[in-house]
Every structure is written in structure tokens, then in C-alpha cells.
Design a protein around this ligand. Structure first.
Ligand SMILES: [Zn+2]
Length: 127
């Protein structure tokens, strides 16, 4: 039994797809259809191009937020808000999560987590 890396469907006789990029290395995965192949390929190109923004966004949020935690509300808001916006814009998850539920679902899940975080930050700052 195989699992499609994009949609997470189980099945047999899936095609192996090998994608190479400079900063992600070589990745082998299984895909169930041409459509999933197309989406997986464009996802990897996007991740490869935008990984630096993702990493920068997370690091900036943490390194600006942590020194400001002597004012807990401001420090935590910057850190959580920054991470939330970063993962909404660049919902990149770990290869393990992708392998577990498929890229499609893990991307949606990451965006939902980001939106919940952002909503909490706004809630605690607006009230
Ligand atoms: Zn599929």
C-alpha cells in the first residue's frame, strides 16, 4: 500500500517522483495522479524559492519578541503574531508531517493554526 504525498490517499501502483533543488536536496515521493504530481512539483519549487522568507520570518519574530518579553504582552504579541503571519504566508511543514497526512492537508492545517494564533494575539490586544 502506498500513500500519495500530495493528497494523502492510499493505493497501489503509485508513481515515484524525484524532485531536486539546491536547498531542499533530493526528495523521493509517491504520487497517485498527474494532477498531484503537478501540484507537488509546484509546491516544492515554491518552498525552495521561499524557504528563506519563512526562516527569516520565524527568526525575526523570535529574536525581536524575546528581548521584549520584559513587557510580556508586547514581546509575546510580536513573537506569536510574527510566527502566525509567517506560517499563514508560507505554510511549510516538516517532511514528516507531509508524509503523514499529505502536503495538501498539512498546508491547510498549518494555515488554520496560524489564523488561530493571529486571532488570539488580536483578541488579547484589542479587548
Ligand atoms: Zn494524490
Amino acid at each position: 500500500m502506498n500513500k500519495c504525498i500530495w493528497c494523502g490517499k492510499n493505493g497501489d501502483g503509485y508513481k515515484e517522483l524525484t524532485l531536486k533543488s539546491e536547498n531542499l536536496g533530493e526528495n523521493k515521493m509517491l504520487i497517485c495522479s498527474d494532477e498531484c504530481e503537478k501540484k507537488t512539483t509546484s509546491y516544492y519549487q515554491k518552498v525552495s524559492r521561499k524557504l528563506k522568507f519563512f526562516v527569516t520570518g520565524i527568526l525575526l519574530s523570535v529574536f525581536i519578541g524575546i528581548p521584549l518579553t520584559f513587557m510580556p504582552q508586547i514581546g509575546l504579541s510580536i513573537m506569536c503574531g510574527g510566527i502566525a503571519i509567517t506560517i499563514i504566508l508560507f505554510p511549510f511543514t516538516t517532511p514528516q508531517t507531509n508524509a503523514f497526512m499529505g502536503i495538501k492537508k498539512s498546508t491547510i492545517l498549518t494555515r488554520i493554526i496560524g489564523l488561530i494564533m493571529l486571532a488570539l494575539v488580536l483578541f488579547f490586544n484589542i479587548r
